[in-house]
Design a binder for this molecule. Sequence first.
Ligand code: GDP
Ligand code: MN
Length: 331
Amino acid sequence: QDDALAAPHRAGGADWDAHGAGNSTRANAAFVILARNSDVWEILGSIRGIEDRFNRKYNYPYVFLNDEPFNDEFKRHTSAIASGPCSYGLVPREHWEEPEWIDESKAAEERKKMADAGVIYGDSRGYRRMCRYQSGYFFRHPLLDTYDYYWRIEPSVKFYCDIDYDPFRYMADNKKKYGWTVSLYEYEKTIPTLWKTTKEFIEKHPEHLASPNMRQWLVNDKDEYNRCHFWSNFEIGDLNFFRSKAYLDYFDYLDHAGGFSMERWGDAPVHSIAAALFLKPEEIHWFHDIGYMHPPFLHCPKDSASRCACNPKDPNAFGNWKKLRPNWASE
Ligand code: GDP
Ligand code: MN
């Protein structure tokens, strides 16, 4: 069952309407947080950060999603710290559990192999379910039906700079469909057949390719996937992109190929490949002005006038570790 809680210090709609700065120009958008009840304390830190740096002036709503019902503790603490209204949704089982064509004993064997090879979350079925959900289902949750844009927030993230404009509004005004801050290379062992499967899909559905697109950002000189991806724990996106026929057909094709269970396909490479193929380059935006950290990596804007509380020379800052720095055209 889904619940809604008004932020307690904004009882009723009137206060909300009167005080949310820029309400008339606000985009139709919400923060989206997939979390477990046990994530509550780490989530509070993330919300505190986004509120202090941005949302206290805008009061955008939050949508929390969970495969189990949220408990009162989670709801009480999160709604107390959020300046916008909070709603709490249960993920339907059929969006979370493996589809019927997945052979669970084979999947368990593959998980064991990946764990033995030392891959992070190699043995976790839950992590694979989460990745598949973030790839193919979060945007179908009924609580998001009325929104056009989302900003994904995860536990334990930091925002280093004041954000003195509305990134949602920026997306809408500039017709951007996918926004990111950090890009990395995916672990090879988690996606052995993702690119092959993607190429099959493109051959079957050439009509879905944008023209022009960012395909060249995805490949090396042998036309193999170079494993570049936008780090999806931060995303500001247009939900209508994910609801598009191109994206839904792509997800469905991947889902039938079984790699969410038999390998460990992540939502980051899936979203990134889809954005690079089905969007025009100018529809993808690098929010280079948003200083951000998800352990262990961060993005720290180099311009000191951005007044960010981070060190652009941090060895873990995006741009400093050459090995983990996919080329980005506008960099
Ligand atoms: P990592 O960033 O890849 O190390 O993975 P996280 O542990 O941060 O998980 C990614 C996101 O999914 C976070 O927002 C988690 O709170 C959420 N998440 C991960 N596993 C589960 C799960 O089993 N249930 C729910 N409800 N959320 C999950
Ligand atoms: Mn995370």
